[in-house]
Design a protein around this ligand. Structure first.
Ligand SMILES: *Cc1c(COP(=O)(O)O)cnc(C)c1O
Length: 363
């Protein structure tokens, strides 16, 4: 027998892992600089690491109180009711919960192109029909209400990403409001703020009071440095009170992840340091890379290098892993995550060598 027809489904293409690349190159993983997955180069808050260690003693028990505790802390942080906080295994898990809550078979979903592939993947798992709106490179990938509304045709769910992955651009608050006002009442606008901590733009979460067709996604994977634990959440309309219990996978967020997230929330200094360090690295790449870059408010920079796959491969040969953006439909670009100062300097130096080599006429 076979699974159902998966021919329209696509695979998630992750940035390559350090161990994998080190093995290929015959190098020590310690010698590699991995700037391909937008992870926090400073790791997690030490308090979160301690919380994981402490949680180890209780792993035989299903997580319950920790889930309630994290939900309560997040509700307080955002000034919402606990019913409005949907904790899941990563923001990806929360996207699945939104798909389960929203989609009937064949319901259309509108996603950005280029954009984060999991929106479409999740919609397809849930028998949705995926359409896209284009962000234009010529226009610095600008995101306005009209960018979306020009192609919007009554879709059930519309995704926007701010700051956007892989472009780094933000969507202004007024534009998000114009989008919320411009779609049908029965269309949910999901604003994915996976990189929200790194941006000046305030969170769209403040709009949840005024609009009941908005959901906001946040994660502990990026600024909080907990990508390996898989913990994130959606903030949802007040009217959805009893939906979470009906769509969430029981105990999908682990005790260790929940406890680490609670500890990470309390360590504001670690988040601040991570945000400042990313801002420094962004500037450094903008100023010193010998290739055009796009303005970013996230912890990565999109760079136009001509042949993204050739540049990424050559850099990898020298121990610097960056993300080739072909899988995003941007074959001319690479995405460079913000590293520590040392990592960022080394990455830029390596990329500049690679760019010079690739440009040099063949001997
Ligand atoms: C990283 C990322 C996420 C999800 O992260 P999780 O690790 O699942 O929390 C969501 N959206 C975008 C745009 C991302 O880049």
């Amino acid at each position: 027998m076979q699974p159902r027809d998966l021919s329209a489904h696509v695979e998630y293409v992750p940035g390559r892992g350090v161990e994998e690349v080190a093995r290929d190159l015959g190098l020590d993983p310690e010698e590699l600089v991995k700037l391909s997955s937008n992870e926090n180069p400073h790791g997690a808050s030490p308090a979160a690491v301690d919380a994981v260690r402490d949680a180890a003693a209780d792993v035989s028990v299903y997580p319950k109180a920790a889930h309630t505790d994290l939900t309560a802390e997040l509700a307080e942080k955002w000034g919402l009711s606990t019913d409005q906080v949907w904790v899941g295994p990563g923001a990806d898990g929360a996207i699945d919960y939104l798909s389960r809550a929203m989609l009937d078979p064949d319901d259309p979903v509108l996603v950005p192109d280029p954009g984060f592939s999991y929106y479409g993947m999740s919609a397809r798992y849930h028998h949705g029909d995926v359409r896209s709106y284009a962000l234009s490179k010529a226009d610095q990938f600008a995101m306005t209400a009209d960018t979306v509304l020009d192609v919007y045709d009554g879709e059930r769910v519309v995704f926007v990403t701010s700051p956007h992955n892989p472009t780094g651009a933000t969507m202004a608050r007024e534009e998000i409001e114009a989008l919320l006002a411009g779609v049908d009442e029965e269309t949910l606008v999901v604003v994915d703020e996976a990189y929200g901590e790194f941006a000046e733009e305030p969170s769209a979460a403040a709009l949840l009071d005024g609009y009941d067709n908005l959901a906001v996604l946040r994660t502990f994977s990026k600024a909080y440095g907990l990508a390996g634990l898989r913990i994130g959440y959606a903030l949802v309309p007040e009217a959805w009170a009893d939906a979470y219990a009906k769509v969430s996978t029981p105990f999908a967020a682990s005790e260790a992840a929940l406890r680490a997230a609670i500890a990470a929330l309390d360590d504001e200094a670690h988040v601040e340091k991570s945000v400042e360090s990313a801002a420094w690295a962004r500037e450094y790449v903008h100023e010193h890379l010998d290739a055009p870059t796009f303005d970013s408010e996230a912890n990565f920079v999109l760079c136009e290098v001509g042949d993204g796959s050739a540049v990424a491969e050559a850099a990898q040969g020298q121990g610097v892993i960056v993300r080739d953006c072909s899988s995003f439909g941007l074959p001319g670009c690479i995405r460079v995550s913000c590293g520590t100062e040392d990592e960022t300097r080394r990455a830029v130096e390596t990329l500049n060598d690679v760019l010079a080599d690739l440009e040099a006429p063949e001997a």
